[in-house]
Write a protein that binds this ligand. Structure first.
Ligand code: TYM
Length: 340
C-alpha cells in the first residue's frame, strides 16, 4: 500500500479567491482536478495571498475565500482524497517565498506576460504583483509536486517554477526540488469571454454582464449570456482557426470540454441545428445541466460555515506537515540556523 502510494504522482494546483468562480476556472482547471483525484496525491490551495497583489475589499475577500472553498468541494473535491487549504494558513508559503526570492533574477519576473498585462492596468505597480510567480513557484515545489493541472494562461508561471526549482538545485543541492510540469487540458484550456471571444473569460471581468458564466449564476442568467454570445455573420458551425470565427470556436470548445466528445462527435450533435441561435441554446443547456447541481451543493455547504472551517483547518494542518519540513530543510541547506 505504502509503495503504491509513493508511486502516485503528486499534484498541486491553486486558485485565487478574488472574483467569482467562472466556467473558465471550472473547465480549465477544477473539473480536471476532480476527475483525476483518485489517481494522485492532491493538494489544492485557495491562494488568498496571491489575491492581495491587486486591491481587494477585505470583507469581500473573506467571503469569497470561504465561498471558493465550498465551491471546490461542491465541484467534487473531497477532503478524504485531496488536501484542500487556504494559502495564508500555512506559513511555509511566505517564509519559503522569501528564500526563493534570493535566487530568482529580477529579469525572469519582469518578462512574465501576466505581470506586464496587469501592471499596464495599475497606476502604481506593487512589489507583490512582480513577486507573484515566486510565491506560486513555492506553492508548487514545497510539496514536491510533479504535476500542475492548470489552464493555458498559467503555463508560463509553471515554467518559471521549473526554472526556479532548477536554479536552486543547481546552486545548492541537486534533486532537492522536484521539477514540476504543467498539465494543460486538450479541451477547455482557454475559455474565452462570451461578449468578446478574443479575450480570456476572467474572474476580473465577471461583473460585466454577458462576459463570463459564473457557476453561481441562475439558469436564466446563464442562458441569457449564451443567447447574447458574440459570433459572426456567416452562420456556419465549424471548428475553424479563422479569427473571425473565434466566437463559434469558443462555443464548440465549451461544449466539447463538457461532453468529452471529439470534433466529429461535437459537429454531429449540431448537424441538425438551425443556425447559431440553436447552437447557443444547446451549449447553454449543456452548461446548465452540468453546473446547476454544483450550485445546489454549494448552497448546502455554505449553510454550515463551522464545518467548512473545520475542514479547512484540517487541510491546513496536512499541508503544513508537508511544506514546513521542506522549507526548514531549505533553510538548513542555505546556511540558516534552524531551531530544533
Ligand atoms: P486563477 O485563479 O486565475 O485561475 C484558476 C485556474 O483556472 C484556470 N483558468 C482558466 N482556464 C481556462 N479558461 C479560462 N478562461 C480560465 N481562467 C482561469 C487557470 O489557468 C487556473 O488553472 N496563479 C494562479 C493561481 C496559483 C496557482 C499556484 C496555480 C497560485 N499558486 C500553484 C497552480 C499552482 C491563478 O491566478 O489562477
Amino acid at each position: 500500500m505504502l509503495i503504491k502510494l509513493m508511486n502516485k504522482e503528486r499534484v498541486f494546483s491553486g486558485i485565487q479567491p478574488s472574483g467569482e468562480f467562472t466556467l473558465g476556472n471550472y473547465l480549465g482547471a477544477t473539473r480536471n482536478w476532480v476527475r483525476d483525484q483518485d489517481k494522485k496525491i492532491n493538494y489544492f490551495c485557495i491562494v488568498d495571498l496571491h489575491s492581495l497583489t491587486v486591491p481587494q475589499d477585505p470583507e469581500e475577500l473573506r467571503h469569497q475565500t470561504r465561498s471558493l472553498a465550498a465551491m471546490l468541494m461542491a465541484c467534487g473535491l473531497t477532503p478524504e482524497k485531496s488536501t484542500i487549504f487556504i494559502q495564508s494558513h500555512v506559513k511555509a508559503h511566505t517564509e519559503g517565498c522569501w528564500l526563493l526570492n534570493t535566487i530568482t533574477p529580477l529579469g525572469w519576473l519582469q518578462r512574465m506576460t501576466q505581470f506586464k498585462d496587469k501592471a499596464a492596468k495599475q497606476e502604481s505597480i506593487l512589489t507583490g504583483l512582480l513577486d507573484y510567480p515566486v510565491l506560486m513557484a513555492g506553492d508548487i515545489i514545497f510539496y514536491d509536486a510533479d504535476e500542475v493541472p492548470v489552464g493555458d494562461d498559467q503555463k508560463q508561471h509553471v515554467e518559471l517554477a521549473r526554472d526556479i526549482a532548477q536554479a536552486f538545485n543547481h546552486r545548492y543541492e541537486e534533486e532537492f526540488f522536484v521539477v514540476p510540469k504543467p498539465v494543460i487540458p486538450t479541451a477547455g484550456a482557454r475559455v474565452m469571454g462570451l461578449d468578446d471571444p478574443t479575450r480570456k473569460m476572467s474572474k476580473s471581468y465577471a461583473h460585466i454582464r454577458g462576459h463570463a458564466v459564473r457557476i453561481l449564476d441562475e439558469d436564466k442568467e446563464i442562458m441569457r449570456s449564451f443567447k447574447k454570445a458574440v459570433t459572426d455573420s456567416d452562420n456556419e458551425i465549424v471548428f475553424s482557426d479563422d479569427p473571425a470565427k473565434a466566437g463559434v470556436r469558443n462555443l464548440l470548445g465549451i461544449y466539447q470540454a463538457i461532453t468529452g466528445k471529439d470534433n466529429e462527435g461535437v459537429l454531429a450533435d449540431f448537424a441538425d441545428a438551425r443556425g447559431y441561435g440553436d447552437l447557443k441554446v444547446r451549449v447553454g443547456e449543456a452548461v446548465i445541466n452540468e453546473v446547476a447541481p454544483i450550485r445546489e451543493r454549494h448552497k448546502e455547504l455554505m449553510n454550515d460555515p463551522a464545518e467548512l472551517d473545520r475542514l479547512l483547518a484540517q487541510g491546513a494542518a496536512q499541508a503544513e506537515a508537508v511544506s514546513q519540513p521542506k522549507v526548514d530543510q531549505m533553510k538548513e541547506i542555505m546556511g540558516l540556523i534552524v531551531p530544533k
